[in-house]
Design a protein around this ligand. Structure first.
Ligand code: SAM
Ligand code: SF4
Length: 401
């Protein structure tokens, strides 16, 4: 049996960037001109066709990700929100996050986003060191990153995340800590700390930058950064996510809890439990912005799948094992509709290998399990399914969508 009233999120993908970063495998496309008006209209039309899936349910969180959503004008974001409000029932304490790149940070736009209803800003800083930013092909420098934070505060954002990366070319543990110290000095409520990964289908994968730190050095950097974060009151609650008390990202927590979410926009994924039909549906939108814009209605959807029991088990564990403090077994039952028995073979193996602790009520990855997350997650992948998933999300991978 599925939980009767699980939280519901909405992910909105805005797929354009000023310039493609050489390490990025997100669905992001370089553009000089963005068809703002047409895209906002397409998003709202797209959402309208999803409504029969969520009748009677309120929306608890919205995440506008990209690409670079801050390339959109405040007027376009206001138009988007007036449409969203007419179609959806926003929960009173809804969390609404928008991603922003310091290269397109603008005080007036930030005020407009805040007035439109955005109440959490996520700024893609990556580093405050200009040499690192140059190597990463970013369109901004360190001073612009600090300025973006300052204007966000002035615009009224009291809940801000900064994205930072470590494991950068030629970076020492001391340099990674110094970078993080600059971020902490600004006093954000949340920090996301990602190890630079050379993703397939990126320029960096084909032409790796010189002086990439080896695993031992990355490990040292991560330990130094984690000590610094703990010292300043940032608690780790997921592989890459750290926050001050009560400032965890609710939208992302819902993904890691294998909760429900709609996904609209080019390439967006949605996952919805249809309790009445006793199944979980995954829908994916067309990835290319032009194809997404040109199609209408159901033709914007590129694939629709009902998750089978093996998918439910694996996808739940892929997400939930990322949580530093683990999860209750009741979450598994509520969000997969499966009995605990499905979990037991993998769980027993994981416990025997020292990768999880399990007391019948709660499942928590051990330090060892957290360090070898891929191996731990792999124990819940059924052998006949492994062929379908030659790669699954690595432990450092970003899960904003
Ligand atoms: C969609 S981007 C965020 C917003 C905006 N597009 C930007 O880059 O400023 C999400 C975050 O993922 C991280 N990221 C992207 N590609 C990565 C990679 N290959 N390795 C590690 N982190 C990565 C970056 O920290 C980035 O800010
Ligand atoms: S990292 Fe961000 S700014 Fe860079 S290409 Fe990817 S989505 Fe765009």
């Amino acid at each position: 049996m599925f939980s009767s009233n699980p939280p519901l999120g909405l992910y909105i993908h805005l797929p354009w960037c000023e310039q493609k970063c050489p390490y990025c495998d997100f669905n992001s496309h370089q553009a000089d001109v963005i068809p703002e008006q047409a895209y906002i209209e397409a998003l709202l039309e797209d959402l309208e066709q999803e409504l029969p899936l969520i009748w009677g349910r309120g929306i608890d969180s919205i995440f506008i990700g990209g690409g670079t959503p801050s390339l959109f004008s405040a007027a376009a974001i206001e138009q988007l929100f007036s449409g969203l409000r007419s179609l959806l029932n926003f929960a009173p304490a809804i969390e609404i996050t928008m991603e922003s790149n310091p290269g397109s940070a603008d005080a007036e736009n930030y005020r407009g986003y805040r007035e439109a209803g955005v109440n959490r800003l996520s700024i893609g800083v990556q580093s405050f060191n200009d040499q690192n930013l140059k190597t990463l092909g970013r369109v901004h420098n360190g001073a612009q990153a600090a300025h973006a934070f300052a204007i966000a505060r002035r615009a009224g954002f009291d809940n801000i995340n900064l994205d930072l990366m470590f494991g950068l070319p030629a970076q020492s543990p001391a340099a990674a800590s110094a970078d993080l110290e600059q971020a902490i000095a600004l006093g954000p409520e949340h920090l996301s700390l990602y190890q630079l990964t050379l993703e397939p289908n990126t320029l960096f994968h084909h032409q790796p930058p010189a002086d990439m730190p080896d695993d031992d050095l990355c490990w040292e950097q991560q330990n130094a950064c984690q000590a610094l974060l703990a010292e300043h009151g940032y608690g780790q609650y997921e592989v890459s996510a750290y926050s001050l008390d009560k400032h965890e990202c609710r939208h992302n927590l819902n993904y890691w809890h294998f909760g429900d979410y709609l996904g609209i926009g080019a390439g967006a994924h949605g996952k919805i439990t249809l309790g009445g039909e006793n199944r979980v549906l995954r829908r994916v939108r067309r990835r290319q912005p032009r194809a997404y814009l040109e199609r209408v209605g159901p033709d914007r959807i590129s694939s629709e799948t009902t998750l089978d029991q093996d998918d439910l088990l694996f996808e739940f564990m892929l997400n939930a094992l990322r949580l530093k403090h683990g999860f209750d077994t009741s979450l598994f039952r509520d969000n997969t509709g499966l009995s605990l028995n499905f979990l037991l073979p993998g769980l027993e193996q994981a416990r025997d290998k020292g990768l999880v602790e399990f007391n019948g009520v709660k499942i928590v990855p051990t330090e060892l399990g957290f360090c070898h997350l891929n191996d731990l997650q792999g124990l819940f992948l059924q052998p006949h399914n492994a062929k379908r998933r030659p790669f699954f999300e690595s432990s450092g991978k970003i899960t904003h969508n």
